[in-house]
Structures are given as structure tokens and as C-alpha cells.
Design a protein around this ligand. Sequence first.
Ligand code: C2E
Ligand code: MG
Ligand code: MG
Length: 578
Amino acid sequence: MNDNKYSGASEAELGFLKEIVRMLPAGLTVQDAHGELLLVNDAAAAQLGMDGSRPSPDLAPRREACRKALSAGQPVVTEEALHGGAARQVLLTTHRPVRLAGRELLISASSDITEQKNFEDQLFRSAYFDELTGLPSRRVIEHRANNLLAENRGGERFALAFLDVDNFKHINDYYGHAVGDALLVELSKRLGRDLRDSDMLSRISGDEFLLLLSPIQSQEEVAEFVQSTLERLTAPFFIDNSEVFASTSVGISLYPDHGSSFETLRQNADIAMYRIKNGGKGLAAFFDSSMEREAQARMKIEQSLRLAILEKRFCCAFQSKVDIRTQAAKGIEALVRLRDDEGVIQAPGSFINLAGELGLIDELTHLVLAEIVKSIDPINETFGAEATISINVAAKQAGNPEFMRSFAQALDDTGFPQRFMIEVTEDAFVAKNHFQAEILPMFRNLGVGISIDDFGTGYSSLSALADITADEIKIDRSFITDIHKRPRSQGILRAIESLSEALGMTVIAEGVESYEELAYLQAATNIRYAQGYYFSRPIFLEELKLATPLSSEARGSVSSRPHQQNRQGYSRASGYRR
Ligand code: C2E
Ligand code: MG
Ligand code: MG
């Protein structure tokens, strides 16, 4: 700093400037033509590890940058990663060659961009790798497949497999999300075993994986490999002291046989996977063109369901819950029906799961409630103003506090919430969500009754009943059918009955179809209530108005003649009017 400009500066001023350079919050170095450091301020010393904070620094890259910048005579901006690992530090440095007092010098100013750099890397990783399993993302496998398609050396074949974990939602609900996550990690390890470097496994969403096998020789080879992968999955996973079983359904498409773009191959593998899901699950299938037609048919149902919801083309059928001693209707259950594009009435079996998958079921439930409110006068006239009104709520909805809050509000808004019962399957009660602890009390406060639907078909054991707080338990039809001939079902029925009695829950037998079944219930059990075709099929209120009025003797008595069937396959009002 003995340039002429400074000749007039006082000693004090020079000292002041030196201190400022030393304490500058950016790293500043000056090097000579040989790369030797002439000046290093405090920040630079810390960055380069020359302040003793780290073992002797490697200054070679700095010298190299210096040489380049000086020979180019132009400023250079470099990014320097000073040391690796977790503690790596990244500097963004501008090197500027200058001529001062007849000497070639290089002035370098650095700022620490470590944090920014780490953030960028994290963004990069999350775009290309799945955080949970560390597997490449959909983008990466798509890129990889596109490269293979572009290269297409001599028509080399490859396979794309779409894998979907069976019942993952159940596992998540039942064991909780932490176990669900851990399962996905373990699964991805088992799936990824035995892959070649040229293969790739990717997690593309929640419980869906894509597997690219390349190159392949034959379909048989792929089938064999996938089969052995599936067999590996049959052993239980031990997670958080639980033994979890998880199978996976697989659909496979082959290039070039089943498509010439990534999207088509993926879609066709998905279609093949769907076929497995609807069948046995836990298996693998190759795509074929008949599946495509099926998929189109499914799309059509999907479209018409969306339209039906949009156009509110739903109605309710009502089925009574009968007191088997007095034959009076204790209550009714609303069962939703869909009028499809051709005006044909569809039962929920054909659309309720799809409505759930498409996220349309919440709206559907609100529509059912609206329909009931609209029809409350004929309901009261037909079944009595005391009859409870049951509405089905899917387990998935039951675990969703947001929906359940809005539904509770809607029930309250009717002005007669205590008339209602909600029917939920046992899975909702045992799932590790807030249903029992937080959601149920909300309904209880309104006076809404709680019913366990289809009991005996879900995941819970009898002992789980003790922890369930419900008013009513409906024993699934599978136990009731031919109950008079099935000693094992009789035993189960007795057990459910005595436990429910102890817990103060009303028991209803579902699906009573024959006189023999009813006779058994009356003679051998204390069960008081039943529901089933024997008493009444689900009926539309409009049908009631059309039906010939029943004679007063016929009211309140069980008819032993077969029910009349109408066009939709539901009987006309049978003798359960009060
Ligand atoms: P669920 O709640 O167990 O309703 C009883 C089902 O059994 C009804 O079928 C009813 O028609 C049928 N059923 C009644 N008695 C007999 C009988 O004696 N024999 C036989 N074979 N069947 C009988 P449906 O109406 O087809 O409904 C099927 C399921 O769809 C219902 O089972 C319920 O889980 C669901 N569901 C119906 N409406 C709704 C709704 O509004 N929302 C939701 N989330 N699910 C609904
Ligand atoms: Mg029900
Ligand atoms: Mg049921």
C-alpha cells in the first residue's frame, strides 16, 4: 500500500484502512504472479482454513485459479468446494487481475455460499430422488426409458413393470404412518435386490413403484424374475414389533411389443396391474390388448360417475331395521343408488369404491343426507317419526376429521340430528387415527348414534370390541346366511351377542333372507333386531306412493309370501309400515 495515491495519507488513516480490509465481512486475498499469497484478511483466513481452525489447507486450486486469471488477463468467477463431507464449504470467488506498482497481482473476493449450495443440492435430490427410500424418482426412470427408446440399438427389448402394494391404505390406517413408511423402505430394499446395473427401480408415488428391466431376452425371463421378486415379498416384515405382511400386484409391459413411448408402456403396465388388483392380488400379469378394452369400459364408468355426481343423479333406497318380536320398524337405513346414463339404477357395489378413489364420496354422502332431509315427511309417514335413520360412512371418510366435521355440522343443521345414526365398518374404529378419540365424541354430543357395520368381516378381533364405543353392532350377512345349519357361525354369533350385551350395544342381524334364519334367531338368541330381504328389500319412497295401500291387518306383520319384485329388482313396500 505504498502507491502514490496514499502518499498523503497519514499513518492513522493507513492503519484505519488496513483494519477495515482485515475485518471485511468477505474473504479477500491478494496473490502475486507465482500464486504466493501477499495478503489474506481474517474472513479469507477462516475460509481457507489458515487460521488454525483446520489442518493445513490445500491452496493448490487457489494458485491454479490465479495462474489462469493472470494469463487470461480477465476477471474469473469460480465456485470452490473447499472440503468434502458434511462440513463442506463452498465459496463463490471473483478473481480480478490488476497491475499495481508495476506488479501483476490477483485480487480475489470470496463469499460463503455453502447454505445456498446445500439448499440447491437438496432441491436437486428431491427432484430426482425419493426422500423416503432414496430411489430415483419418476423423472429419472422416464429419462432412462426415453434414452433407451432413442438409442434403440438393434431393437433391444426392455420391460417396464408397475408395482402397487396391496392394501397399503389399510396397513397405514391400522399400524400408523410411521410403520407404513418403514414398510415402504423395507419393501424397496427387497424389490431392488438382484437388479443389474442396467436395471432401475423407482418409487413414483405413495405405494407405487416402477421397475425397468433392460436389456431382456424373452418374456419368460421377465416372468421368472418378477416371480422370484414376488416370492421374496411373501416373508413377513418385522417393523416396530409388528409382523406386517405386504404383497404387491405387478403389471408388466414390454418394449416394443406393448408400446413405443414411455407413457404408453407405463399406462399399459398400469392396466395389467389393475387386472391383478381386481383378481387375486399379489401376482403379476403381462399386458394384453383385451385389457385395454376393459380399461376403456372402466373409464366410461368413471366418466358417468363424475357426471352423475355433477348432475346429482343419485337417489336413496330405504331398508327397515325390524324388531323381530313386535315386527315394528325400529329404524331405516339409507342405501344410495345411482341412475346411470341409460337411466338404469345401479347399486353401490358398482361405484362406491370408485367414488372413494376419485375423491367424490364426501360429496355423495352429503347428497344422501340432503335427499333424506328432502324426503323426511314421507319417511315419517311410512316408517314413523321415531324411526332412526342410518347413513353409511366409508371407513376412509370416518378417519378424515375435516369431512366428519362438515358432516356433523350438516347433521346438526337438519334440526333433528338425534334421529340419525352413522354406520361405519369396524376398520374405522381400530385404525390408528383420531376417529374414536376425537371424531366420535363430536357426533355423540349431537345425539347421533354410532353403528358398527358388517361386523366380523374386517381386521379387528372380538376383543377389539371392548375398546369400541358404539350404540349398535350389525353382524355381517356372511354369519347370518343359513345360520340354522352352521354350528360354527352359531358359536361366533353367541360370542358377539354376549360381548355386545355386556358393552350395552344393540345387536342387529344383517341379511336375513329366510324364515329358517329368522326362526333360529328367535329361538336360540336374544337378538332383537334384524334387517334383510325377508322383511323388506330396500325401497324407493316413490314406490310406496305407487304401491297399493296395505290392509290394516297386513301392517306390522311378517308376510310369508315371496316379495313382489319391481323392475329394479326391489320389492314393493312389504308389511313394515307403521
Ligand atoms: P351395508 O351398509 O352393509 O348395507 C346392506 C347391504 O346389504 C345393502 O346393499 C342391502 O341392499 C343388502 N341387503 C340387505 N338385506 C339383504 C339380504 O337379505 N340379502 C342380501 N343378499 N343383501 C341384503 P347395497 O344397497 O347394495 O349396499 C352395499 C353397500 O354399499 C352397503 O352395505 C354400504 O356399505 C355401501 N353403501 C350404501 N350406501 C352408501 C352410502 O351412502 N355411502 C357409503 N359410503 N356407502 C354406502
Ligand atoms: Mg350399512
Ligand atoms: Mg352391512
